[in-house]
Design a protein around this ligand. Structure first.
Ligand code: GTP
Ligand code: SPV
Ligand code: MN
Length: 591
């Protein structure tokens, strides 16, 4: 078992913090992760011999592994996630709040001796590239070898991070222990003022890979508000037209609602010559550049994506990306050492399901957990943009907000202006998915897809979004999209996936000031003739219905926005409250 005899740093801010954590958690060993390939080999071998990872077939999935989490621990647990600011008002109505002193005391009691018999891994990591002015340094202490191997894919770890940190005290302090993985003793606590994260009792996803939601969204959004930039739950893509014109698009959709798919979109045959390339699939940090445009980076180094539904039709790019060097968690395994999940062809055999139990072919129970995921290195993506690691980021032409909505929300709406765009983001709703624990299919407001990730008061966050307009000379346009509207027969009206290229093209053309649209009381919409629909596999009627603005549905929707703002309280900016009343009055005036 790996153990560090000589520490790789003389940074006493770091070593004294690590010593303090070791004193509390009482591990048998402390190991400082260096990020080398040799180390990865040794850690992987150890994870295999401990049964944490199961090697997949050398021929079917070379250098890839299968893993299972505790069945009680399969998604982010928002009800156990806390923002621990000195006052409850700072955390606002969308966050659970605990007084910092109380939170530290409560978790310290759980951490006490929690690593006995285990190794404590110290993972220095960078979110962003090592040479980027956007980059942030964190150190995650964890007792999970699985977390180390996943963080290695999702961020830049080890020596590179220590080198950039030098002797500085400025790094995020993340302490993680799976402890006894008891849901009754599971807490994910954020201390923005202390740049600290304490997570205990979970080993899965955003609860445990602290660089992701905890640092890059909750803590980063807190810094971003103070410093005048944006930390967002967004995919980023590069679109190049046949004429060679390049646009960069950011898109915020709630968990398991299509960011990964859009970022890896393969255009339909009618769009020959178009290239869509991935920059990121989950997180964007955006700052105003010297030229007055909004520049975005993806701070991650890999993709932690939803497996079920991914197949060669829906996302061929992802399927190629998953051919080697990946970790699969909570999917099903075939007898010949490959992976399987719902949405793939077959299966032609019985399987081992995500719980590790035999699964009979044809069984009604899902073989893969609905929030099962792959962890894939960015470089595996055959459609990776050459700007994906650009330290300065890419200038954004358009921002998309969206969510899963069965009714009401049209395929695409362009906002009248920045304030209206922020309004569309702030009121976006979605039907819930398996990415979070709780009921699936209920509508919840998920502003900018950040409901669970805004590290401070939501109304203040909207105000920050409004204020960004004043910092930009060439702001991106803002759109609302919905791939998920259904007809009376319960089927999707819009074919989605690669076909979303048709919407992207309209978005790009509108941003460049050259496509047609019609004005409605809720925003600008394309007429069917404004979209390139050549060869689409959807009836004219379905497309019209996907684009329809139903007055009665929208009146109800705008009323619901009023309830939502009331829930958020007095910090919701007056401009958004007035915007709502203006939309409602305009709508009623023409009904
Ligand atoms: P997180 O990683 O949880 O933040 O999610 P994500 O937004 O990256 O989700 P992802 O792209 O993995 O979407 C997952 C689900 O959305 C799968 O069930 C997909 O099949 C479905 N999906 C994605 N794009 C479309 C689309 O255009 N139309 C329809 N109908 N479904 C889609
Ligand atoms: C999400 O739920 O939005 C994810 C997965 O991207 S997790 O990292 O687990 O939060
Ligand atoms: Mn996400």
């Amino acid at each position: 078992m790996l153990e560090t005899k000589v520490r790789p740093t003389t940074n006493t801010h770091l070593t004294s913090w690590v010593d303090g954590c070791a004193k509390m958690c009482k591990p048998d060993r402390v190991y400082w992760v260096d990020g080398s390939d040799a180390e990865a080999k040794a850690l992987t071998a150890e994870a295999v011999s401990d049964g944490v990872l199961v090697p997949l077939s050398d021929t079917k999935r070379p250098r890839s592994f299968y893993s299972r989490s505790n069945p009680n621990d399969v998604a982010r647990t928002e009800e156990l996630t806390f923002v621990c600011t000195p006052t409850k008002e700072e955390a606002g109505p969308t966050n659970n709040w605990m007084e910092p002193g109380e939170a530290y005391a409560k978790l310290a009691a759980i951490y006490d001796g929690a690593m006995k018999g285990r190794t404590m891994y110290v993972i220095p990591y960078i979110m962003g590239t090592a040479d980027s002015p956007f980059a942030m340094i964190g150190v995650e202490i964890t007792d999970s070898i699985y977390v180390v191997l996943n963080m290695r894919i999702m961020s830049r770890i080890g020596k590179v991070a220590l080198d950039r940190l030098g002797g500085s005290a400025s790094f995020n302090r993340g302490l993680h222990s799976v402890a006894d993985c008891d849901p009754a003793r599971r807490y994910i606590c954020h201390f923005p003022q202390d740049d600290t994260i304490w997570s205990v009792g979970s080993g899965y996803g955003g609860n445990a890979l602290l660089g992701k939601k905890c640092l890059s969204l909750r803590i980063a959004s807190y810094h971003a508000h103070k410093q005048g930039w944006l930390a967002e739950h967004m995919m980023l893509l590069e679109a190049v037209s046949p004429e060679g014109e390049t646009h960069f698009i950011a898109g915020a959709f709630p968990s398991a609602s299509g960011k990964t798919n859009l970022a890896m979109l393969v255009p339909p045959p009618e769009f020959a010559g178009w290239k869509i390339r991935t920059i990121g699939d989950d997180i964007a940090w955006m700052r105003v550049g010297d030229d007055g445009r909004l520049y975005a980076v993806n701070p991650e180094a890999g993709f932690f994506g939803v497996a079920p539904g991914t197949n060669y039709q829906s996302n061929p790019t992802a399927m190629k990306m998953l051919e080697h060097d990946c970790i699969f968690t909570n999917v099903a395994m075939t007898p010949d050492g490959d992976v399987w999940w719902e949405g793939m062809d077959g299966p032609n055999t019985d399987l081992i399901d995500w719980r590790g139990k035999p699964w009979k072919r044809g069984s009604k129970e899902p073989a893969a957990q609905p929030n099962s995921r792959f962890t894939a290195p960015m470089d595996n993506n055959p459609a990776l943009s050459r700007y994906a690691k650009d330290p300065r980021g890419v200038p954004i032409s358009a921002i998309l907000f969206g969510g899963r909505r069965t009714t009401t929300i049209p395929l695409v709406v362009e906002s009248f202006n920045w304030t209206h765009g922020v309004y569309l983001g702030a009121t976006a709703g979605a039907e819930t998915t398996a990415a979070i624990t709780g009921a699936v299919g209920r509508i919840r407001r998920d502003p900018m897809a950040m409901l669970a990730f805004i590290g401070y008061d939501a109304g203040t966050y909207f105000g920050h979004w409004l204020s960004m307009f004043g910092r930009m000379r060439r702001p991106p346009k803002i759109f609302l999209v919905n791939w998920f509207r259904k007809g009376d027969d319960g089927r999707f009206l819009w074919p989605g996936y690669g076909q979303n290229m048709r919407v992207l093209k309209w978005v790009i053309d509108r941003s460049a000031g050259r496509a047609g649209a019609t004005e409605t009381p809720i925003g600008y919409l394309p007429r069917p003739s404004d979209l390139d629909l050549r060869g689409i596999d959807a009836s004219e009627e379905a497309v019209e219905r996907a684009l329809a603005v139903d007055r009665a549905e929208w009146e109800k929707e705008l009323e619901a926005h009023g309830d939502w703002f009331d829930r958020l309280g007095g910090t919701v900016p007056e401009a958004l409250r007035l915007q709502r009343r203006l939309l409602l009055s305009s709508l009623k005036a023409v009904s």
